[in-house]
Design a protein around this ligand. Sequence first.
Ligand code: HEC
Length: 277
Amino acid sequence: MTEIPEHLLKRSRERRAASGVGGDDGGAATPATTTPATAASTTPAATAGPVERAAAPAPAGPPPAKPDSAVVAAYKSRRRIPFWAMVALAALPVWAFLYARAITQSPVQAAGPLGIGTEVYGGCASCHGADGGGGVGYQFSEGEVLKTFPHIEDQLRFVYFGSAEYNIAGVQIYGNPDREGGAHVTGVKGAMPAQGPTAGGSLTDAEILGVVCHERFDLGGADPTGAYADEYTEWCSEGSEIFADLEGGGQLATLHERFDGILPIGDVPVAGSAATS
Ligand code: HEC
């Protein structure tokens, strides 16, 4: 409710008359009804200036917006980055940390025959026990496996071929015939599945050496710095040349042709040897 000065109303009436809108009635009535009411609440001196400006014909509005160029339109209609991408990006440092740890640590853990053998043994644990305590298959711990196999070559051969091939070949005693407590004879306890690739197994020759080393040194209690130091260095240490040979594609069957002083493992089951042989 503001007072509209008389000269402005007059100007407005003249404009409307000029444009043919007419409306003299409304124009005349307006000041008669509004002016007295508003005059009481506002002081003409204070509002004359601003009101005059407000009531003046509005200047031409801003020019109509120019249509966007192709580049700007494409920018405005582009796909925004979805929220989940933010979450994924935030998790990136964590992922990078885990990845770096994985590639720097796993080779160390898996190095050498014992590292590989520990992993492979997961497939043997159901029958021989996670700690080698025995079950369906014989016990390895507390030196038991060393009693059966004074020579690692005989154990490698038996794990390679398994019970069935020994039975087919007619070989019953796969380990030490003079074993303390009696020789182990195939088929008495059950059937040991073949592990070697030419006998239907799924392990490589290097993996077989690894798991046999694990059974003897980690589970069986062979002392790598004492009575079994030579065997450890030659077969089961990280620097073992025999292990490197097998990893390079060499076969257990022909190992004695490349390394002096070892018992032939061969490509068929043969009877196990006594401790002194
Ligand atoms: C399905 C059960 C089973 C699985 C799996 C198994 N074994 Fe056996 N293992 C046996 C049985 C049964 C015997 C006894 C064989 C016999 O009496 O002819 C045996 C015997 C052995 C022996 C001779 C032990 C001794 O003192 O006479 C060795 C060594 C051996 N297993 C190693 C392994 C290795 C290494 C693996 C894994 C790669 C493995 N076994 C997986 C059941 C199993």
